[in-house]
Design a protein around this ligand. Sequence first.
Ligand SMILES: C[S@@+](CC[C@H](N)C(=O)[O-])C[C@H]1O[C@@H](n2cnc3c(N)ncnc32)[C@H](O)[C@@H]1O
Length: 114
Amino acid sequence: MNIPHIPVLLEEVKAAFSSIQEGIIIDCTLGYGGHSEALLEQNPHIRLIGCDQDEEALAFSKKRLERFGDRVMFHHGNFASVIEQYAHLPIRGILADIGVSSLQLDKKRAWICL
Ligand SMILES: C[S@@+](CC[C@H](N)C(=O)[O-])C[C@H]1O[C@@H](n2cnc3c(N)ncnc32)[C@H](O)[C@@H]1O
């Protein structure tokens, strides 16, 4: 798989979430799935909700994270509503890598709506 985006601060993100042993992490800006993949590998009992408003990035991440099966749920849309929507679930961590990926800039498909 040709990965189009290298996540920033990957080791720092892993360290920040390393104590979460169960429950759900929301990745508000799933992008190409680099952070989520690392967290799912590192924390084998957690589940994850990956949100992104870019359908192409979401489709890429669905394939990339396929091997984690039902540990991952996908949410297409703005992260502004995602936390409220899943507030009834055992959310233990929230990640927001706010910005755009270099591929989105290359394709002039970048937008940030907060
Ligand atoms: C820097 S990239 C994330 C990269 C990701 N952490 C990874 O490891 O591949 C930021 C992502 O946030 C998404 N994004 C930006 N604003 C958003 C918003 N308000 N709601 C949902 N997604 C958003 C963009 O579409 C982009 O895919």
